[in-house]
Design a protein around this ligand. Structure first.
Ligand code: NAD
Ligand code: TDX
Length: 331
């Protein structure tokens, strides 16, 4: 198995859980290490995998590795993943997210390996707080920012690769993940680490934006369920049904970390911050016999706070750089 972006948050968790639970796979990772801090995410498993630093847009490099190692399946996580970077560096998002995926499809076309493409629920746009319909694989695409537009562009190529050439592909659209090794630019790690350094968390806008939160381990089992039982050419939505607004997440973390509920600063919203996402994973649950297991959010959040508390050396430097950038953005 070749895992692209395997040094990132979800990729590194996927590599670790695959090594632990699915020993039949031998794993290679390609990652461009766009943030030098990603280097450490695979430290504890580096002797059990073949790691190559490189760009997924480099088709010849990926093809050569696929041939050399006898790769049979590619799980494609590599991406520019942060909304706040997307409108600052749009061409990086187009390059990696669209061209990187097109490049892998070329590898699939020439070698016949299977590709699982990891997309996001954000491609479906935003829901109103009182909408009763959640995102399904048939929901029309309505991306509202450069990140989701780039992911949507990639998805269209993957789907066209199936209709045009019957390439062996599957796609998943997951909701917001949380767990260890998540970059501190993202909401939950930023909130926890801000409290650990004695600062105040920031809520964008009204704090009423809603996300559906899933533990990264459940995302990983969902991908394995699709690899095992999913149908080629199909799209699966992955979610937990656990919707929470940003304010209630901050309040829970404040409570778990012994701070008053108003220990928070409200800052200007990011442009076009989608109001709400909600997923309907029933196709995945039924066809692939999958269900999320790490669903006790309060307990998971307490464990995650401990993880960040005990792994300060992992995030300290990254935090300094991230907060400098947020400072420039005014949030
Ligand atoms: P991440 O930013 O932590 O990891 C992305 C990894 O891709 C990094 O290690 C980075 O170095 C690597 N990468 C970037 N450009 C590359 C390139 N050109 N070539 C090779 N490697 C490159 O992001 P993440 O949160 O782990 O997200 C992984 C995937 O899951 C992304 O495709 C994202 O769109 C998707 N996703 C994320 C979430 C979430 O909540 N984090 C939810 C749904 C879907
Ligand atoms: O300090 C903060 N305060 C705050 O209120 C930060 C960093 C974020 N927010 C808000 C903005 C969003 O409404 O929290 C929400 C979540 O923000 P992010 O963690 O940046 O995630 P989001 O933009 O929802 O995108 C994430 O989920 C979908 C991932 O980064 C994507 O890669 C994935 O596809």
């Amino acid at each position: 198995m070749l895992v692209t972006g395997g040094a990132g948050f979800i990729g590194a968790n996927f590599v670790r859980s695959t090594l632990q639970h699915r020993p039949e796979y031998e794993i290679a990772v390609i990652d461009a290490l766009i943030d030098p801090h990603f280097t450490r995410n695979l430290d504890d498993v580096k002797d059990s995998i073949a790691f190559r630093q490189g760009d997924v847009c480099d088709t010849a490099f990926v093809s050569a590795l696929v041939e050399e190692l006898g790769i049979e399946v590619i799980v494609h996580f590599a991406a520019e993943s942060h909304n706040d970077n997307a409108y600052l560096f749009p061409s990086r998002f187009a390059h990696t997210n669209v061209m990187g995926t097109v490049s892998l499809l070329e590898v699939v076309r020439s070698t016949g390996v299977r590709l699982h493409h990891v997309s996001t629920d954000e491609v479906y746009g935003q829901l109103a707080l009182d909408d009763t319909e959640a995102f399904t694989p048939d929901t029309p695409y309505r991306p509202r920012n450069y990140y989701s537009a780039s992911k949507a562009g990639a998805d269209h190529f993957v789907r066209a690769a199936w209709t045009q050439f019957q390439l062996p592909v599957t796609i998943s659209h997951c909701s917001n993940n949380y767990g260890p090794y998540q970059h501190v630019e993202k909401f939950i790690p930023r909130t926890i680490t801000e409290l650990l350094v004695g600062g105040r968390p920031r809520l964008h806008g009204s704090g009423r934006h809603v996300r559906e939160w899933i533990h990264v381990d459940d995302h990983c089992t969902a991908i394995h369920a699709i690899l095992d039982r999913g149908r080629l050419g199909e799209t699966y939505v992955v979610g937990s049904d656990d919707e929470r607004d940003n304010r209630s997440i901050v309040e829970l973390i404040l409570e778990l970390m012994g701070k008053p509920s108003d220990w928070v600063d409200y800052v200007p919203d990011r442009p076009s911050n989608d109001l709400r996402y909600a997923s309907d994973a029933s196709k995945l649950r039924t066809e692939c016999e999958w269900m999320p297991l790490r669903t006790e959010f309060r307990k998971e959040m307490a464990g995650l706070i401990d993880w960040y508390r005990h792994n300060e050396s992992w995030w300290w430097e990254m935090k300094t750089a991230v907060e400098r950038r947020y400072g420039e953005l005014g949030r």
